[in-house]
Design a protein around this ligand. Sequence first.
Ligand SMILES: Cc1cc2nc3c(=O)[nH]c(=O)nc-3n(C[C@H](O)[C@H](O)[C@H](O)COP(=O)(O)OP(=O)(O)OC[C@H]3O[C@@H](n4cnc5c(N)ncnc54)[C@H](O)[C@@H]3O)c2cc1C
Length: 285
Amino acid sequence: MKPARFAYVRAASVDDAIALLGTHGDGARLLAGGQSLVATLNMRLSAPDLLIDINGIAGLSDIRLNGNTVEIGALARHAQVERSKVIARHAPLIARAMPFIAHPAIRNRGTFGGSIALADPAAELPACVLALGGTLQIAGPDGPRSVAADDFFTGLFETALGPQDMLTAVHLPAANPDCRYGFAELARRHGDYAIAGLAATARVQDGAWHDVRLAFFGVADRPLRATAAEQALTGATPDDQRIDAAVAALNLPYTSDVQADAATRRHLAGVLLRRVIRHMMEQKA
Ligand SMILES: Cc1cc2nc3c(=O)[nH]c(=O)nc-3n(C[C@H](O)[C@H](O)[C@H](O)COP(=O)(O)OP(=O)(O)OC[C@H]3O[C@@H](n4cnc5c(N)ncnc54)[C@H](O)[C@@H]3O)c2cc1C
């Protein structure tokens, strides 16, 4: 299929993109890697009047360590993130998730910011950013602002981004030797969107787990933390009894679709939680 007719403009700067969004309202869409947007245009699930191409805006694809923060520009391509030494060293959870995102051709074009802004409930990166307690840097008509990942993902493909907002960067706390990171997903074929997935972090002190964050994806309408399971794992070294308690506490609003029903997703979430906890327990500082 071919998309409906649309106009196209290249934004020269973030301010330019925000101004264009303001002028054209809901009829405009930002174009980043195009790996999701162009498919929706071709299937006519979306028919914007104007595409605002943000690929030419300078300075939005840097990946750097700034103090204790890993800063990832919104236009950093998945492939760039995958090969980044800064990510490998200071954001190991992101490094672990990258190979699960689609296939190399899609990772060559798709952007970190596009994935976060789209907020597909089955996508890996939103859950990783949630597990890490990252913050989203947003430019809008009233200037720049930061939104915590806990407040950013608000529903099915819905986020705290307003119609005139643009995500400019994602900030993540740099890896700490006291922290453990875990990631696993279940998909029918490698590279497919996950039927269920889990990104997890915990700080370990004298063997006891603290600040446990379990962000599930692919199981509900958005990436979601399993807070009751987090509590079950907090304050001690996980053992069989605690892990059983955490699995029993997985009370997420599971979705049913053609891939799997809610009961299957509930089961898979437990399988993933056991797998990820074991993996995190084996990690060395
Ligand atoms: C066959 C296939 C398989 C895939 N499998 C996976 C997978 O397993 N896991 C996964 O996570 N993804 C997968 N993807 C999606 C891929 O990761 C995309 O790159 C990503 O979802 C969107 O990034 P993009 O840069 O291509 O964004 P685009 O397609 O350009 O944009 C997506 C949406 O985000 C908005 N947007 C983009 N950038 C910004 C910004 N900076 N600020 C505000 N809004 C913005 C756009 O307006 C649009 O609404 C797959 C895609 C394909 C085609």
